[in-house]
Design a protein around this ligand. Structure first.
Ligand code: ATP
Ligand code: MG
Ligand code: MG
Length: 559
């Protein structure tokens, strides 16, 4: 059965089910903060959260963790929704942590009333200084033992628009000597005056991640709160706040006895890119890339624009698996998955990226022929289309050499090559301009060698692609490479901006594509034969087609 391939996270879920926990119910959530666009790292979490729910007939909700209004926007919410749909996942419900602001406030008030929280009026620097180290206990805040009523009224004041940011925080009164630093009176609330993307100016005091995440899980009935390894040290605090919540809810909680469980897996890190939202913001804000959906970005919208299929991203994530150890995965693995998948999907078309003229001197002037070409040899159901042949063609400059070495199986005087889907031709020479640049290549065709004819069967080593000069469309081709020169920019001492690969984008404006390809739209997977996989860019139009190179046919990245 398929269940054999369970990740360690799914094995834990299976065990919980076997033990009858939470009444056999499975509920997960994907909890993005709407403060940027989703990247391929998020895709790994999405595949886990949605995948686990699917495997155990559970549900997965989307919850926007929108507790920091200074960085959050509706624009991000909308793009997160479309990226998840593009990946092929369906959420059960959409929730926002901001929907729980009142509930969280009430819980915080309960914490204060029960002696578990206090208002601290020190600066964040003072609080940090008192934290201590894992081996040295922290120092108690002078406000730690202030009367409960005082904290209660100051908490009300915290939420007023006139109370300055940073003037006070609400802290949990836990344990200043705990070896787990997160227990040293963690901050529960802080003041932010930036209006919230959903609740506007209704609130001025906002819960911190640790005082919102687990609680939201509890409010929603999440059974398994799956996240990444950096949250391991937060787990005891996650559980502690759930304990308080259960205590507050008393009998009500006992009725539907339930407890969310946090499980952590390793983040996805990829070579030659960065995944931190702060750094991605910098790249966009400083114009170092053309936007969040720049095809070089590790964002899902960037990969979509570049021509990656959602299936290939899911296959890649599946292949690397989920562990308890952080690692750096090679971008080449992702590209191999993209290649594998696009080989099955992509429509084969012809493009000449670096054109030079080829004249078939013995082909009748003005004559044309429609040559049939297979859309995808991997999938006959995709059918065929025609490409026009004539006397005047374009071919790739790299496919010709005047004085070629023995093993050069492309175009060179005296040698036969096959023109794909058309005839066998023999090169007769070339013409150069005053500077010695080749401006035209001449060849003669064998009329008996058309594809399908008897004469086409003789052995010819090279097959070249071509376009009829009067039956193609001028196009722009954008070729991308790794965004960063170094394997692990995050581990480098230098500013990450200095590590950008200056050759990561090359634009070729003098290319030609067959007319059939000029009509292709973003979202349609293409293979430019002999060159690589491509997709029409959002900037593309039939009059001015623009194509992004998705990935080459082979791995050519030189390390
Ligand atoms: P930041 O860069 O600010 O830390 P983030 O990447 O954590 O942000 P969130 O919106 O908080 O962004 O992430 C939503 C979920 O995606 C979280 O559960 C987080 O653990 C997961 N996630 C984020 N980055 C990765 C990654 N590289 N690999 C796997 N999961 C990730
Ligand atoms: Mg985050
Ligand atoms: Mg994070």
């Amino acid at each position: 059965e398929e269940k054999k391939n369970l990740s360690f996270v799914e094995q834990i879920i299976e065990q919980d089910l076997a033990e009858g926990k939470n009444g056999g119910r499975i509920q997960t959530r994907f909890p993005p903060e709407p403060n940027g666009y989703l990247h391929i790292g998020h895709a790994k979490a999405i595949c886990m959260d949605f995948g686990a729910a699917e495997k155990f007939n559970g549900t997965c909700n989307l919850r926007f963790d929108d507790t920091n209004p200074s960085k959050e926007k509706d624009e991000y919410v909308e793009n997160i929704l479309s990226d998840i749909s593009w990946l092929g996942f369906k959420w059960e419900n959409i929730y926002y942590a901001s929907e729980y602001f009142q509930k969280l406030w009430d819980f915080a008030v309960w914490m204060i009333k029960n002696g578990h929280a206090y208002i601290d009026e020190q600066t964040s620097e003072q609080i940090a200084e008192q934290k201590g180290t894992p081996t040295k206990a922290g120092t108690a805040s002078p406000y730690r033992d202030r009367p409960m009523e005082e904290s209660l009224s100051l908490f009300e004041k915290m939420n007023l628009p006139e109370t300055p940011e940073g003037s006070m925080v609400l802290r949990a009164k836990l344990d200043m000597a705990n070896p787990n630093m997160h227990f040293r009176d963690p901050i529960m609330y802080r003041i932010i005056h930036t209006p919230h993307h959903r609740t506007g100016t209704q609130w001025n005091a906002y819960p911190m991640y640790d005082f919102a995440h687990g609680q939201s899980d509890y409010f929603e009935g999440v059974t398994h709160s799956i996240c990444t390894l950096e949250f391991v040290p937060h787990r005891p605090l996650y559980d502690k706040f759930i304990d308080f919540l259960k205590e507050m809810n008393g009998e009500e909680d006992k009725k539907n006895d339930f407890r969310p469980r946090q499980i952590e897996f390793n983040r996805l890190n990829l070579t030659n890119t960065v995944m931190s939202k702060r750094k991605l913001h910098t790249l966009v804000d400083e114009g170092l890339v053309a936007g969040w959906d720049d095809p070089r970005m590790p964002t899902l919208c960037g990969m979509r624009r570049r021509g990656y299929s959602p299936e290939s991203i899911r296959m890649f994530i599946d292949s690397i698996g989920y562990t308890k150890f952080d690692a750096l995965n090679d971008m080449a693995l992702l590209e191999a998955a993209v290649r594998d998948d696009l080989n099955k999907r992509a429509c084969r078309v012809t493009a000449v990226v670096n054109p030079v003229k080829l004249v078939i001197t013995n082909y009748p002037e003005g004559q044309t022929e429609e040559m049939e070409t297979v859309n995808n040899p991997e999938n006959p159901a995709d059918g065929n289309h025609n490409i026009t042949f004539s006397k005047y063609l374009w071919m790739e400059r790299e496919d010709f050499m005047e004085d070629a070495p023995k093993k050069f199986f492309r175009m060179t005087p005296g040698q036969e090559v096959r023109l794909k889907s058309a005839y066998i031709v023999k090169c007769t020479g070339c013409t150069k301009d005053a500077e010695g640049n080749i401006v035209e290549i001449q060849a003669e065709y064998d009329p008996q060698s058309k594809s399908g004819m008897e004469g086409a069967n003789r052995k010819v080593k090279g097959t070249l692609h071509w376009l009829s000069a009067d039956h193609c469309t001028k196009a722009e081709v954008r070729v991308y490479d790794r965004l960063f020169d170094v394997e692990n920019p995050s581990a480098d001492e230098r500013d990450f901006r200095e590590l950008l690969n200056k050759e990561s984008k090359k634009v070729f404006t003098n290319c030609f594509v067959e007319n059939y390809a000029a009509n292709k739209k973003p979202g349609e997977y293409l293979q430019f034969q002999r060159i690589g996989y491509f997709m029409a860019d959002n900037d593309s139009s039939v009059q001015h087609p623009v194509f992004n190179k998705t990935v080459g046919l082979k791995d050519t990245w030189a390390k």
